[in-house]
Design a protein around this ligand. Structure first.
Ligand code: FAD
Length: 379
């Protein structure tokens, strides 16, 4: 593995940084970032920001030319994601559209669906939400109960989803619903959130606003043409879609930044000479660096078109381990910065409370490593 960046990659990173410098408002870090990337403020802003990226060819560069991209490789796509995450993810929810909803429609969508949605996503103006989880179907997604019943050339949808981030602001929902009696009789539907019978209720939690929503579907009538692929093909479609998410969020960037802030504070208070604190900080920094290298390894495997391995799961577990250790460090040594103010440390803490849950829980990652990576026996 080559650890250096090529000239093209360095130039690309600089181009992305320049775009961030040009497109982010002057009070981005003070006003917007503490609100979280799922807040109404940031989601609204993402429409302008993503349109600005699109105008520079930096929104969907990894898409094929025919859909508005320029077919750039996985490394450039990854560098783009790294810089966005480091800046507090100003694309808001649109990382989903461009990373996996668009590519999934390219593969499974009808010509009409591709024509209707891909240009909208590539323009940066359309917000989607992901309607998968239900009150008793999270890890065990196949237990979902939201039902889509075929009636002539329509489906009638009834049920509810939970934890649907961005739902309050979304234009469209990428919905999973049951279309048969077998466990995996599940189909994918593209639903305008403004359809009569769709309603959203938010609920409070420790994490910042915008993530915690329930979406209710009451006799929602949609044309059969809103289904993606064949009836019952949902499992295959979703497996494909999620494979685009597997490298996950580059958490090491924001983690190292938060650690730096905490260290600066400890230094200012004359407490950083304490060998215990220094040792703990050193271990956290080393763990984030290990997560970074493991993540790069996974991107390298993708670029070389090697088969997927459990290294992606390992990278996520490693990053989460560092995040958890950092959260303990903050609680123990700089607890004041976690209360009563919109400091970046408090923001980091709140945003990372569910880090071991979203996108596949940590236990499930460990299970996959045990079974598929280490070949340990299963029950
Ligand atoms: C902030 C946030 C945002 C989210 N955004 C969205 C969204 O936009 N759209 C969406 O559809 N969903 C979203 N989710 C839901 C998320 O995908 C689920 O919370 C996650 O899949 C876990 O499901 P669950 O909450 O039902 O927990 P459960 O599946 O009930 O798990 C509870 C615990 O049991 C463990 N567990 C469960 N099964 C096993 C097993 N077989 N082996 C070992 N351990 C197991 C889990 O690891 C976990 O620790 C979001 C969640 C959060 C917290």
């Amino acid at each position: 593995m080559e650890f250096g960046w090529t000239e093209q990659q360095v130039a690309y990173r600089n181009e992305v940084r320049q775009a961030l410098a040009d497109l982010l408002p002057a009070d981005w870090y003070e006003t917007y970032v503490p609100e979280s990337y799922a807040s109404d403020l940031q989601v609204d802003f993402s429409r302008d920001f993503c349109a600005g990226l699109a105008a520079r060819g930096l929104l969907v560069p990894h898409w094929p030319v025919q859909y508005g991209g320029n077919g750039s490789d996985d490394w450039l796509h990854f560098i783009l994601g790294e810089e966005m995450k480091a800046a507090g993810e100003p694309r808001g929810p649109q990382y989903m559209n461009i990373n996996w909803i668009g590519p999934t429609l390219m593969r499974f969508g009808s010509e009409a669906q591709r024509g209707q949605h891909l240009a909208g996503i590539a323009s940066g103006k359309v917000i989607w939400c992901q309607g998968f989880s239900e009150p008793n179907a999270g890890t065990d997604l196949a237990a979902l109960r939201t039902k889509a019943e075929r009636q002539g050339d329509h489906y009638i949808i009834n049920g509810s989803k939970i934890w649907t981030s961005y739902a309050r602001k979304a234009d469209w929902c990428f919905l999973l619903a049951r279309t048969g009696t077998e466990r995996k009789d599940i189909s994918v539907f593209l639903i305008p959130m403004a359809t009569p019978g769709v309603s959203v209720t938010s609920f409070p939690g420790l994490i910042k606003d915008g993530h915690l929503n329930e979406v209710f579907f009451t006799d929602v009538t949609i044309p059969a043409t809103a289904r993606v692929g064949k009836e019952g093909q949902g499992w295959e479609i979703i497996t494909y879609a999620l494979s685009y998410e597997r490298v996950g969020v580059p958490r090491y960037h924001t983690g190292l930044k938060a650690l730096e802030l905490a260290i600066a504070r400890l230094k200012a208070e004359g407490r950083y000479a304490d060998p215990i604190i220094r040792a703990r900080a050193g271990v956290i920094a080393a763990k984030f660096e290990a997560a970074r290298v493991l993540t790069y390894l996974v991107v390298d495997q993708r670029v070389k078109k090697l088969p997927a391995t459990t290294d992606a799961n390992l990278a996520r577990v490693c990053a989460l381990d560092a995040v958890n250790e950092l959260m303990d460090f903050l609680t123990e040594f700089v607890p004041d910065s976690l209360r009563g103010g919109a400091t970046l440390l408090e923001d980091y803490y709140r945003i990372n409370i569910p880090a071991g849950i979203t996108g596949g829980t940590n236990e499930i990652q460990l299970d996959l490593i045990a079974r598929n990576g280490l070949g340990l026996p299963t029950r």
